[in-house]
Design a protein around this ligand. Sequence first.
Ligand SMILES: [Zn+2]
Length: 254
Amino acid sequence: MTIAPRAALYGAILFCLAVSYSGTSSCREAEGGIVLSFDDRYVEEWYSLRELFIRYKARATFFITGFDRLDEEGVRMLKELQHDGHEIGSHGFRHVNATQFVKGRRVQDYLKEEILPSVEAMMMKGFTPTSFSYPYGAHNRAIDEIVAPYFKRIRGTAPSSRGKGLENMKDIYYKCDGQKILYGVGIDSSYGHSIGDIIKGLDYAKMQKEIILLHSHRPSGDGSPYTLPPSAIEEILRHASEIGLKFYTFSELR
Ligand SMILES: [Zn+2]
């Protein structure tokens, strides 16, 4: 196989984004929606949700870090998830904290060491990531400016929200205004939001005709940090489906 030079790869990414992205000032879909995403590299656990997603006609975005460390089986599972309609986005090459990284270093180094190698590793295996989530939700304006041209959408993390109802966290609802950098709320059990809270957030999105952004890491009922039991995921999917929220992946947002 001929390996395309880096410059050609990145040129291809920017070209794709230029022709496919156009912001808009109003929601085309007026029924409200949900974007569910998962971070890191729990490919086997994500894959185990496949049937659940199919049952509820739900689609998610999987943000992967350390893509180059996946074995062939991991790549195959991600391809199947993508084939089902899910999106595979980038979560960085080595999961570094961007704001820590740029202390005393050039912002361009973050692009060169963390963003481009991640995109390149994915492209080498036939994926074209068009969305990105910041590890630890860490970023600032200078970092955003340098990363933004490479993606259609970028996800950060809403400020700490423990004890705050999701219906009161206005930042986690996308208003179809073309905003590129969006903020989700973590819903792993350790973040302290009950299923009841999350359901209220879904109802709020429906009422406001906005799109709620939720993220998790590892689907598991073992109670360890950064996990969400598959039964909780099913409750979210079921309720979203019952009230008619539309499922979006990040790159599908208009
Ligand atoms: Zn992460």
